[in-house]
Design a binder for this molecule. Structure first.
Ligand code: FMN
Length: 376
């Protein structure tokens, strides 16, 4: 990879920013200092409120085992490439490239419902484990068909995103306005997963118009009943909803505020993670996304009970800079940083870390040390 040298996610952010039009950058990733993106900033800053408690002189391996299992799938590191739409906006090779990078790194790629490359096309080129992300649509026949197609194409799970009441636009910069930069209007006919349905029914109004209002747990139950694939609900942010997810037969939760896209003023997801983990009490798996920019962030999240983290922006910055190779590099950056952080903390196996590995500044996790299961 002559064009790349191993750097940091922050460096990839800088390089990606230089390549993309400014208005597009602000629309997709948030304008620094813009009050409407405070939730994204909260997510990033949340990780600085959690500090590591390194155990020393433990004669650890220089190459700790970073592998873990998520919903029965072994992955080589606890970092999953998560669903974001329209990857060809960032690189012409689109979702196929991102998915191949996940396969090469031995991790899961979650394909967004609003992807340019459809699920079958992606499955042909990337043989590793894949999930399909869905928003709830008004047209249940299409929902049913999407789920059926995911099963046939070998996808390993369905991930339902529930971070915003559908059909309401996310809160976005009032300065830049809610409109997409010219030439970048997301059109249904360009979305691979919807090509088969043409201009059917509500799809005429675009994907946003096709999304169902008033989605509740009954809809989750309906989706649950459709498939034997594991069902992940992405967007849980409270202990109360975590309990409900367990009661409604969900297999995993992702603690997520949609990377700060939906609710201005939401709490950092890493701060919410402990209350969700406590509520779930090992009954289902918990994942987290939002603000993960460094391998040490991954270690903190796993220590606080996440099986793995999902990364959105970091993946897209890698894709922008270098297509498949760029996303692979992002995953290798996370792997190296995580490996180093784990070694410094006396960790041999990432799957065995627990809360004793972190101090936190968050009230929900500020148990006295005597209450924590400090490993000997
Ligand atoms: C540009 C962009 C597009 C996104 N599109 C989707 C989407 O189509 N479906 C979805 O479930 N989440 C979407 N998300 C949210 C991500 O899946 C994820 O929750 C978020 O990016 C995690 O935060 P991070 O970007 O700080 O890693 C999007 C996020 C970004 C930044």
């Amino acid at each position: 990879m002559a064009d790349f040298y191993r750097v940091t996610v922050a460096e990839y952010e800088r390089r990606a920013r230089a390549l993309l039009p400014e208005a597009f950058w602000d629309k997709m990733f948030g304008s620094p200092g813009d009050p409407n993106w405070t939730t994204n900033a909260n997510n990033e800053q949340g990780y600085t409120s959690v500090s590591l408690r390194p155990r020393i002189l433990r004669a650890v391996d220089l190459e700790p085992d970073l592998s873990t299992e998520v919903l029965g799938q072994t992955i080589s590191l606890p970092v999953i490439l998560t669903s974001t739409g329209h990857h060809t906006w960032y690189h012409p090779d689109g979702e196929s490239a991102t998915a191949r990078a996940g396969t090469a790194a031995g991790t899961i790629f979650a394909l967004a419902m609003g992807s340019i490359h459809g699920m079958e096309q992606v499955a042909e080129t990337a043989t590793g484990p894949k999930w399909l992300q869905l928003f709830f649509l008004k047209d249940r026949d299409i929902m049913e068909d999407l789920v059926r197609r995911a099963g046939s194409a070998g996808y390993k799970a369905i991930m339902l995103t529930v971070t915003k009441p559908a059909t309401k636009l996310p809160e976005l910069s009032p300065v830049r306005g809610p409109n997409y930069p010219e030439g970048m209007i997301p059109a249904v006919e360009k979305l691979g997963n919807f090509a088969a349905y043409g201009e059917r029914g509500e799809l005429k109004a675009g994907v946003l118009g096709a999304m169902a209002p008033n989605v509740g747990w009954a809809e989750v139950e309906w989706l649950r009943s459709l498939t034997s694939l594991p069902l992940i609900v992405k967007g849980i942010q409270t202990a109360e909803d975590a309990h409900l997810a367990v009661e409604h037969g969900v297999d995993a939760i992702s603690v997520s505020n949609h990377g700060g896209y939906s609710l201005v003023g939401a709490r950092a997801t890493i701060a919410t993670l402990p209350e969700v983990v406590e509520a779930v009490d090992g009954r289902i798996e918990v994942l987290v996304d939002g603000g993960i920019r460094h391998g040490a962030d991954v270690l903190k999240a796993v220590a606080l009970g996440a099986k793995a983290v999902l990364v959105g922006r970091a993946m897209l910055w890698g894709l922008t800079v270098g297509g498949e190779a760029g996303v692979r590099e992002i995953l290798e950056i996370f792997r190296e940083e995580l490996s180093l952080a784990a070694s410094y903390c006396g960790v041999n196996e990432i799957r065995n870390v627990d809360r004793s590995l972190v101090y936190t500044g968050h009230p929900s996790a500020a148990a006295p040390l005597s209450d924590l299961a400090v490993r000997s």
